[in-house]
Write a protein that binds this ligand. Structure first.
Ligand code: PEP
Ligand code: MN
Length: 338
């Protein structure tokens, strides 16, 4: 809309868009208001919005994802507020905790360590996607109960993975952010359901997924009216065999150009070894990631899963400081409770 457009003119355009069954997505800014018309392309084109009062220009979004596109916000990145913690913009969120919830002691002691080190949120899986059906699958409901206890003890918001839509209700009671794992990135029924739940969600990039496919997955959540979406780069399959996955640092500036959604990086799963985690973390933070989700454990050698890559909890505070310094290079400060 033109800078001079009135509220009535904005409203008239919204009504015109909705009259053909399309959705109007309004993004008010300090300079001007953008209205996204999401629906059948031909219907919207026939509305003749070009000449409408208050309309400045009509720009087609050529990308297959619409709501996830930065175009819809005129290139402005969004800042989410999750249980009082901001993510995006100038706010860098350090999310940390064990790969999986194993016991009360393990979880509560880790939670205290990550909180004291300035982390914004606690991670921990109660439902684990394991390559082998014979591996530990997570504590399930008992894990969720322990996460609730850790949340009450520390005040940290919880990030935990949802694998099965049937678990959404109990999980929603404790989760502040629903993690969609790399293996479920293209589970579209799961994404739509999480979209409808309205809960903040972090979608991890699939093992062999393009950035466009990741953004299409985000679109499934956004389409349900849920705008609290974060993207997560966690490493992809390449020809390299010297380590587990190739962490795609390039994805950070590219996603930030293509989309307004905050970009989180998981530096744990790509190297699969804890001594390589700090370099990847510093690279990600300095490259402008909006946060890091990293694994840490009080006794990694005894961890039930992903032991070799989990940072020892006793080293976590020093690690966190170095990550915050790298985030500062990109102009971001640690996200703190509001
Ligand atoms: C995890 O975060 O522990 C995990 C299983 O991640 P991913 O889905 O990226 O493999
Ligand atoms: Mn893990």
């Amino acid at each position: 809309m033109k800078q001079t457009a009135t509220a009535d003119e904005v409203q008239a355009v919204i009504e015109r868009i909705e009259s053909v069954g399309a959705k109007a997505h309004v993004s008010p800014g300090s300079e001007l208001t953008l209205i996204g018309a999401i629906g059948d392309r031909d219907h919207v084109a026939r509305l003749g919005l070009e000449g409408h009062a208050g309309v400045d220009q009509v720009v087609p979004i050529l990308k297959p994802y619409k709501l996830a596109s930065s175009q819809l916000r005129g290139g402005r990145g969004s800042t989410l507020s999750i249980a009082g913690r901001k993510v995006g913009g100038d706010h860098f969120a350090l999310i940390a905790g064990p790969c999986t919830v194993e016991s009360r002691d393990q979880l509560l002691s880790t939670a205290q360590v990550v909180k004291d080190a300035g982390a914004a949120m606690l991670r921990g899986g109660a439902y684990k996607p394991r390559t082998s059906p014979y591996s530990f699958q997570g504590l399930g409901q008992e894990g969720l109960r322990l996460l609730q206890e850790a949340k009450e003890a520390t005040g940290l918001p919880i990030v935990t993975e949802l694998m099965d839509v049937r678990d959404i209700e109990p999980l929603a009671e404790v989760a502040d952010v629903v993690q969609i794992g790399a293996r479920n990135m293209q589970n579209y029924t799961l994404l739509s359901e999480v979209g409808r739940s309205g809960l903040p969600v972090m979608i991890k990039r699939g093992l062999s997924s393009t950035l466009e496919e990741l953004l299409m997955s985000a679109e499934y959540v956004l389409k349900e009216g849920n705008e609290n979406v974060m993207l997560c780069e966690r490493g992809i399959r390449t020809f390299e065999t010297a380590y587990r996955f190739t962490l795609d640092i390039t994805a950070i500036p590219v996603l930030k150009e293509l989309s307004h959604l905050p970009v989180i990086v998981d530096p744990s799963h790509a190297p699969g070894r804890r001594d390589w985690v700090p370099s990847l973390s510093l690279a990600a933070a300095a490259a402008g990631a909006d946060g890091i989700i990293v694994e840490t454990h009080p006794d990694p050698d005894e961890a039930i899963c992903d032991g070799p890559q989990q940072l020892a909890a006793e080293d976590f505070a020093e690690y966190a400081q170095s990550v915050f310094r790298a985030a500062e290079l990109a102009g971001k400060g640690a996200s703190v409770p509001a």
